[in-house]
Ligand binder design. Structure first.
Ligand code: TNX
Length: 536
C-alpha cells in the first residue's frame, strides 16, 4: 500500500526552499522531540519520528497548490485554526514575505504512494512541513493531524519570539473505513443550526466524514418541504417534553450541508418511515395507516404509528419529500429509516420498503435503512444499518448489502455511561468510556469485514434538550468511535488510547465542550479548563 516517496519529496522540498529567503537564518537549538509521542486521535497508520523540531512562529507561511479545488481553502482553514490555537497570523499563498523562515506546503502527490481518497502524508523537517494527498479530502484529514501536533503552549525561551515546536518526522495515513459517522436525532429534541455546526467542528477534528441527521419522527418533523408546508408548520411545532420544537428551513439545511462540506463531512438525511411518522400524519391525516386520529405527541414511547402503505397518494407524497430533500443533499445516500414499524403488517412493510427504495433510486441516491429493511426485497446497492438484530444483519450479508455498524450495545451515544449518568437511556446497555472503545467492529456478530462500509455512532435525543447535554453524552465516547473507524485493529490499544484521550482535554476545553469527565481517564487539564471534573 505504501511505497517510498523520497525522490518526489526531495523535488517538492527544493521548490519549497525557493520560497524561503536566502538571508541569514536563525539557529535554534531544539530539545530532542518524539513525533510518536504526539497525542493523536485517531491513531495514524505509520509514524516515523526524526527527533528534530519545526518552528511554527510568526516567520512561518503556508503555500498551497492553487490549481486543485479545495487545496487553498484547506490552507486557509489551517491558518484560521492556527490563529485560534496560537494567535499567530499565518499568511497563505502570499508572494513576498520578509524574514520567512519556515513553510507549510500543501501539495498534491503525483504518484500512487497512498491508496484511498482520504490518504495523506505529512513530512515534517526543520524547515518545512509538506502535506501531500491526491485529494482535498485527504489534505483536510492531514490538516487535522497537524492541528493535533501543534503544542498547546509555546516555548518562549528558544528564541526572541514565541515558538510552537512541532516534532519532526513522517506520518503516512489512510482510514480503514470509508464511512465514519455520527447521527444526531434532531426530531425528539430540536437542535439549532449553530449547535449542529459546533458538533461538526468537533467531528471534523477527529476525521469523521459523515453526519447523519434524523430529521423526522413521531414527535417532530424538522425539515421544510415546500410542496407540503404543514409538515413543519404543524408537525414541527412540538418535541419531547412539550417545548415548541422547531425546524430547518431549506436555507438552514443548506447552510448545514455547506458547512459540513467545508469540513469534508457529508450530510446523510433521514426521513423515518413507515413507522415513526406520527408528526407527518398529524399534518396530513391521509398519510395515517394506524386507524386512529393522530395527535401531536410529546412522549417517548414509539412503535404506534405507520403510513398507509396501500394508498397511491402516500407514495406521491413520499416522492415529493425525497425529491426535495435529495436535491438539497449532495451526498450519495438517502436514509429512509424503516425501524420499529410495529403496527405495519409484515407484507405491507415489505411492499412499502420495495416501493420507497425505487423512489430513492429514481432521485439518484442509494438507500440506507435501519437493519429491518433487509427483510424486504432490497437490492445490493442499498445499505443496512445494523443497530439491534443479528438476524437482520445476517440477512443483509446474504443479500450482499453493505452494512453500517451501529450496534446499540456498543455504539449508541445515548446509552448512559453508568448508573449515575445524568442523561441517557440504558435499554441496550450501560456504555462506559472503555466499553465504547474496547470492541472489534471488524469481527462483530459474524459480519464479514468485506460487508462493512463503516461505523456510525447515533445520538438519540429523548433525554437531551440542549448542546451541553448533547456534549455530555457524545464526548468522550465519540472520540473513541473515530479511532475505531479510522485505525486498524492491530493499531488500537486501550492503554495507549487512554493517555491520548486524557490529552484531548485542552482542546475540548478550548472548544467549550462540556464532555463527561469519565473517572477512567486521568484528564490533563489546561489553562482553558472549562469542564469541572467530578469523580462520580
Ligand atoms: C431505538 S435505533 C430507536 C430510536 C430510539 C432509540 C433510543 C432505532 C433504529 N430506533 O427510535 O430513539 O432506540 O435509544
Amino acid at each position: 500500500m505504501i511505497k517510498s516517496i523520497t525522490i518526489r519529496s526531495l523535488t517538492v522540498l527544493f521548490l519549497v526552499f525557493t520560497f524561503i529567503a536566502c538571508g541569514k537564518k536563525r539557529v535554534i537549538n531544539f530539545p530532542k522531540t518524539d513525533l510518536a509521542a504526539s497525542h493523536l486521535i485517531p491513531k495514524p497508520l505509520k509514524v516515523t519520528p526524526t527527533n528534530g523540531g519545526f518552528a511554527l512562529d510568526k516567520f512561518t507561511a503556508i503555500y498551497t497548490n492553487k490549481n486543485i479545488a479545495g487545496f487553498e481553502e484547506a490552507g486557509k482553514f489551517l491558518a484560521d485554526k492556527i490563529k485560534a490555537k496560537t494567535n499567530l497570523d499565518i499568511k497563505v499563498n502570499v508572494d513576498a514575505i520578509p524574514d520567512l523562515e519556515t513553510v507549510i506546503y500543501i501539495n498534491q502527490s503525483e504518484n500512487t504512494d497512498l491508496d484511498g481518497t482520504e490518504a495523506y502524508q505529512l513530512n515534517i523537517t526543520q524547515d518545512s512541513v509538506i502535506l501531500n494527498s491526491s485529494t482535498a479530502a485527504g489534505i483536510f484529514r492531514g490538516i487535522q493531524t497537524l492541528r493535533q501536533i501543534i503544542p498547546e503552549t509555546s516555548n518562549d525561551t528558544l528564541a526572541d519570539t514565541k515558538i510552537w515546536m512541532i516534532p519532526t518526522g513522517e506520518i503516512i495515513d489512510s482510514p480503514q473505513f470509508e464511512y465514519r459517522g455520527s447521527m444526531l436525532d434532531v426530531a425528539r429534541h430540536f437542535f439549532s443550526v449553530e449547535d449542529v455546526k459546533k458538533y461538526i467542528d468537533i467531528l471534523a477534528y477527529y476525521k469523521y466524514n459523515v453526519l447523519h441527521l434524523h430529521l423526522s419522527d413521531d414527535q417532530g418533523w424538522r425539515i421544510e418541504i415546500k410542496s407540503w408546508p404543514k409538515l413543519t408548520e404543524i408537525g414541527g411545532s412540538t418535541e419531547v417534553g412539550g417545548a415548541s420544537g422547531g425546524f430547518y428551513t431549506q436555507e438552514d439545511y443548506t447552510e448545514i450541508v455547506n458547512y459540513a462540506a467545508v469540513h469534508h463531512i457529508m450530510i446523510v438525511p433521514e426521513i423515518d418511515m413507515p413507522g415513526h411518522t406520527n408528526a407527518a400524519s398529524v399534518a396530513y391525516p391521509f398519510l395515517n395507516g394506524n386507524g386512529k386520529i393522530a395527535k401531536l405527541y410529546e412522549g417517548t414511547e414509539v412503535g404506534f404509528s405507520t403510513f398507509d402503505t396501500r394508498k397511491d397518494t402516500v407514495y406521491t407524497f413520499i416522492d415529493d419529500v425525497i425529491r426535495e430533500v435529495a436535491a438539497l443533499s449532495p451526498g450519495p445516500y438517502f436514509h429512509i429509516g424503516g425501524d420499529e414499524s410495529h403496527v405495519t403488517k409484515k407484507n405491507d412493510y415489505i411492499y412499502f420498503i420495495n416501493k420507497v427504495e425505487k423512489i430513492v433510486q429514481k432521485h439518484g441516491k442509494k438507500m440506507i435503512g435501519w437493519d429491518e429493511v433487509a427483510t424486504a426485497d432490497v437490492d445490493s446497492t442499498s445499505i443496512s444499518q445494523f443497530w439491534a438484530s443479528k438476524e437482520n444483519a445476517q440477512t443483509s450479508v446474504n443479500k450482499g448489502l453493505k452494512i453500517i455498524m451501529s450496534p446499540a450495545k456498543k455504539a449508541y451515544l445515548d446509552m448512559q455511561y453508568d448508573l449515575t449518568s445524568k442523561h441517557g437511556l440504558h435499554w441496550a446497555a450501560y456504555i462506559p468510556t472503555d466499553t465504547a472503545y474496547i470492541w472489534t467492529p471488524e469481527y462483530y456478530e459474524g459480519i464479514p469485514l468485506k460487508n462493512i462500509l463503516g461505523i456510525e455512532a447515533p445520538l438519540w435525543s429523548e433525554t437531551i434538550s440542549n448542546i451541553d447535554e448533547l456534549e455530555y453524552l457524545a464526548f468522550p465516547r465519540a472520540i473513541g468511535y473515530s479511532e475505531l473507524s479510522w485505525t486498524t485493529q492491530e493499531n488500537r490499544d486501550w492503554e495507549s488510547y487512554k493517555v491520548r484521550l486524557a490529552n484531548q482535554a485542552p482542546f475540548l476545553d478550548r472548544m467549550k465542550v462540556k464532555y463527561y469527565p469519565s473517572p477512567l481517564i486521568d484528564w490533563k487539564k489546561s489553562k482553558y479548563s472549562y469542564t469541572k471534573i467530578e469523580k462520580d
